[in-house]
Design a binder for this molecule. Sequence first.
Ligand SMILES: CCc1nc(N)nc(N)c1OCCCOc1ncccc1N1CCC(C(F)(F)F)CC1
Length: 164
Amino acid sequence: MLGMIWAQTRGGVIGAGGTMPWHLPEDLAHFKAVTAGHPVIMGRATWDSLPPRFRPLPGRRNIVVTRDLGWWADGATAVHSTSEALVQARSSASPEAWVTGGAQIYSALLPHADLCAVTDIDVDVAGDTLAPLLDAQWVDVAPAEWQVSARSGLRYRFRTLRRQ
Ligand SMILES: CCc1nc(N)nc(N)c1OCCCOc1ncccc1N1CCC(C(F)(F)F)CC1
């Protein structure tokens, strides 16, 4: 099973200038819970955007896609195509793997994805990086209510979409 996980604003923004222009602790906990123990696939820019204490994401294979054949980083499995990333993920013990960003990796792997875990944040921010557009074959299989973050006051909800 290949999942993709991201957090997006009302307008589908997932990033602005390489970071996420919000702080939602409930989403961090959600991300951690969904991906814990499973291989993660990310682009090099997302790897660079991880706070150093989270790099590598603990307890699982961190597969990093980069065009730079000389790139390496402690705790990362460098691959040079998304196809190679899938091979690495499937060769791990886990039955599922999670794509954790960024936009280019989501777009390249969307055709292979079985599930999308989307955090909707009720905020409108300008951003240069957008989430992949999910067409009508993607259906929310776990509709959740909007919640209000105790810490940030932001309204948010978690959606789980499967391809029908
Ligand atoms: C959480 C952010 C996030 N949310 C959802 N729903 N989908 C994602 N694809 C995602 O982006 C993961 C890669 C970027 O991640 C971070 N970028 C900036 C600051 C912090 C982080 N986190 C904090 C939690 C940490 C833990 F290991 F605890 F999970 C991982 C790194």
